[in-house]
Design a protein around this ligand. Structure first.
Ligand code: ARG
Length: 431
């Protein structure tokens, strides 16, 4: 292992203890390494501004930080167990190349603010991806909602209830993903605060140029209190996982619908062939595995959330417990975004089976229409309800799904989907 940043003269470390401390942390730091380097560059600029490093030193350090980023990107520099963590690797590299100059960069910073700033930058990028994916999903769903509607049974309690339509099904998920878009954007804005310069959590005796580091790293504001910068670790990861989880909850329900709709019993939907798999033993099978893993993904996000929440039972100040938030966060986002990435294409290409959907609409599903029509003519609703219930099947005879949908004029329903309103909201969130 490279020299430990914190090792003092005359002390010994134990291999097994070191392995325990590091765990999978240094490998996880690969996710954050380029952000750690970017923040190191910003910190270096800030040190130069206040005269802690000379112009020559600034230049030498900057070149080596850039080289390190370059080498890391193309695999020349491997971040592995040779180093305690990504932060140590940066200092080890600079020291190897520049000797004592390499040791100057850490002036006025701590690994505690390093990990905070790298995690916030990483999360900002992930939330931007989440935001874009939610927009894509909402767009496709709105497009498909705008196509000629086909009748689809509407269910409650998984029992046939009233006539619905493919457009209503798509419009529902469209609005859900518009909400998720807003959640991603708002969470990104909430996380967009710079902790760099808070050091170990109590500030330092240097006039660090924190405004400058905020600006070059693209943060919207400063995280002011060094104490709060530490207290917020875990909390902002939870907020990000909540934003992701919100989208995954909707995906879970959508996946549930599709896994039902693709059974022979329903037969409403055919998935694109690539989204199904076969069975190793049963030659007849076409299984909706992709949809099932999409449904399962919420569990990974919820597990990540729970792990971090459990870690947060801590007093003020940095505690090493917080290191474990990284694995949960990386895993949760990897699974969550991977599932969402497939969704726009799946929604664009899934096909409805009109014959099966029409066959599933039975006359009794018009009885709510019948009762409401009578009530509109002055019959007390409870009486109209009783009459419609007594004559459920006959009352619906001769009715068509088209007429039922055309009469559904309540705002947002089949005859008045308000897609323009939804499109406008999406456009404002996409801007
Ligand atoms: N790997 C550590 C973490 O994720 C980095 C910060 C270490 N700080 C410390 N004071 N030991 O929390």
């Amino acid at each position: 292992m490279s020299d430990l940043l914190w090792q003092k003269a005359g002390t010994r470390t134990d291999e097994r203890v070191m392995r325990f401390l590091a765990g999978d942390d240094v490998r996880l730091d690969r996710e954050f390494f380029l952000y750690d380097i970017a923040a190191s560059e910003a910190h270096l600029e800030g040190l130069a501004h206040i005269g802690i490093v000379s112009e020559d030193e600034r230049h030498e350090l900057m070149v080596e930080l850039e080289n390190l980023a370059w080498d890391f990107r193309n695999g020349q520099f491997v971040l592995d167990e040779k180093y305690e963590d990504g932060h140590s690797a940066i200092e080890a590299h600079l020291t190897e190349r520049l000797g004592d100059t390499g040791r100057r960069l850490h002036t006025g910073r701590s690994r505690n603010d390093q990990v905070l700033v790298a995690t916030r930058l990483w999360l900002k990028a992930k939330l931007a991806v989440l935001h874009a994916l939610c927009i894509d999903v909402a767009k496709i769903a709105l497009d498909r909602a705008a196509a000629s509607p086909l009748p689809l049974p509407g269910y409650t309690h998984l029992q046939r209830a009233v006539v619905s339509s493919t457009s209503m099904w798509f419009a529902g998920f469209a609005e859900a993903f518009i909400d998720n878009t807003q959640r991603a954007r708002d969470t990104l804005a909430w996380i967009d605060a710079n902790p760099l310069g808070t050091a170990a959590g109590y500030g330092v005796n240097l006039p660090l140029d924190r405004e400058h580091t905020s600006e070059v790293l693209g943060f919207a504001r400063l995280q002011v209190s060094p104490v709060y910068a530490q207290l917020s670790r875990g909390k902002f990861e939870l907020a990000a996982l909540d934003a992701l989880g919100s989208a995954l909850l909707d995906l879970r329900r959508l996946a549930w619908d599709l896994s039902l709709f693709t059974t022979a019993e329903y037969g409403f939907v055919a998935l694109p062939a690539e989204y199904t798999t076969g069975s190793s033993i049963m030659p007849n099978k076409r299984n909706p595995d992709v949809v099932e893993l999409m449904r399962a993904t919420y569990a990974s996000v919820a597990a990540a959330r729970t792990e971090i929440e459990q870690l947060l039972s801590l007093p003020s100040g940095y505690q090493r417990d917080l290191q474990f938030s990284k694995g949960a966060l990386v895993h949760g986002f990897a699974r969550g975004l991977a599932a969402l990435e497939l969704l726009p294409d799946l929604l664009a290409r899934m096909q409805w089976n009109e014959t099966a959907m029409r066959a599933a609409i039975e006359p009794s599903m018009y009885s709510t229409d019948v009762a409401i029509e009578q009530a509109a003519e002055g019959v007390p609703f409870r009486e109209a309800y009783r009459r419609a219930a007594a004559a459920a099947d006959e009352a619906g005879q001769g009715r068509t799904p088209e007429a039922s949908l055309a009469a559904r004029v309540s705002p947002g329903a089949a005859a008045d989907l308000r897609l323009a309103e939804l499109n406008a909201r999406l456009a404002s969130l996409a801007a």
